[in-house]
Design a protein around this ligand. Structure first.
Ligand code: HEM
Ligand code: NFK
Length: 284
């Protein structure tokens, strides 16, 4: 220990009982596998700002991993009629999404000349090819077969995306739950081709209206509706911050993934995940 920097420091930590010898015990870095996590940043350009770009994406992917874990848990609990457990998980998913919304503030410090120094090194790679992001979109009901294609060359990744594509979404499971609870949901929404994107339905709106017109009688379904609105609200903010950051950094250039760039991302702002939960508000 450096005596000049911390006079008596070692004596203090010993007195506090801090463990200092990890030659035989699992340490912090061992438990978290930090050697692997912290050696996975490999800038391709000589530019200073590429580290920001890499870490921003890697941390986003880690949060997405947790979102998927929680979303899977929530879908399982809804299917098993265990709503308090599902609420806890869904609340966490929304807070993670909010965390990702605020993460754009860090990337926003990157200017167009700074990004232009990195961009040629990205080749045709793009967030469009994020398998975890696509699984989240599919679990939330935004199904689209074309989005499977970027993963065709990776059987391991494709399997996860395909499974989410073929399974009922969180919203599909919630509608089945409502029906089990005696709120009639049209048969066409209870058993359908789950690979199709969800389409709004007046019968489903009527079902949610029953819940929202008498919250006390259907408190947990009412709470579920609001949890879903919370989640979609946060997701919309994320999409909006993405497109605004992109416009700020590359203007109206085409994306490295091959789309029109801002024009594509703006179209994605129109996606509505849980349409009846928004539509019913006009009628209350
Ligand atoms: C300077 C920063 C960024 C720029 C310029 C940018 C640009 C773009 C563009 C142009 C697209 C459209 C697809 C394409 O043609 O490439 C896109 C899609 C996407 N980006 Fe980014 N992006 C940035 C940061 C991020 C970050 C930090 C994430 C977080 C993981 C992210 C995740 C995604 C995802 C998931 C898509 C697919 C969206 C969808 O299909 O709806 N991007 N990005
Ligand atoms: N689509 C971006 C490139 C990009 O942002 C990107 C490239 C590689 C890994 C992650 C990325 N982030 C989100 O799309 C662009 O057109 O500049």
């Amino acid at each position: 220990m450096n005596e000049a920097a911390a006079p008596g420091g070692e004596a203090i930590v010993r007195e506090e009982g801090a463990q200092l010898d990890f030659s035989k015990d699992m340490s912090y870095g061992d438990y978290l596998h930090l050697d692997q996590v912290l050696s996975a940043q490999h800038p391709l350009s000589p530019d200073h700002n590429e580290m920001l770009f890499i870490i921003q994406h890697q941390t986003s992917e880690l949060w997405m991993k947790l979102m998927l874990h929680e979303l899977h848990g929530a879908v399982t609990q809804v299917a098993a009629d265990q709503l308090p457990e599902a609420f806890k998980m869904l609340a966490r998913v929304s807070r993670i999404m909010e965390q990702l919304v605020h993460a754009w503030d860090v990337l926003g410090t990157m200017t167009p000349p700074e990004y232009s120094a990195i961009r040629p090194y990205l080749s045709n790679s793009s967030g469009f090819q994020s398998a975890q992001y696509r699984r989240i979109e599919f679990m939330l009901g935004n199904k689209n077969a074309a989005m499977l294609k970027p993963h065709a060359h990776r059987a391991d990744l494709l399997a996860g995306v395909q499974a989410a594509y073929e399974a009922p979404s969180l919203y599909d499971e919630v509608l089945r739950l409502m029906n089990r609870r005696g709120i009639a949901v049209p048969a066409s929404r209870l058993d359908r081709d789950w690979t199709q994107p969800y389409a709004a339905d007046d019968g489903v709106k009527a079902a949610w209206l029953e819940v929202y017109r008498d919250p006390k009688a259907h408190w947990d379904l009412y709470q579920m509706g609001e949890e879903l609105v919370d989640l979609e609200d946060a997701f919309r903010l994320w999409r909006f911050r993405h497109v605004t950051t992109v416009e700020r950094v590359i203007g109206f250039k085409r994306g490295t993934g091959g789309t029109g760039g801002v024009s594509y991302l703006r179209k994605m702002l129109d996606v509505v995940l849980f349409p009846e939960l928004w539509a019913l508000r006009t009628e209350l």
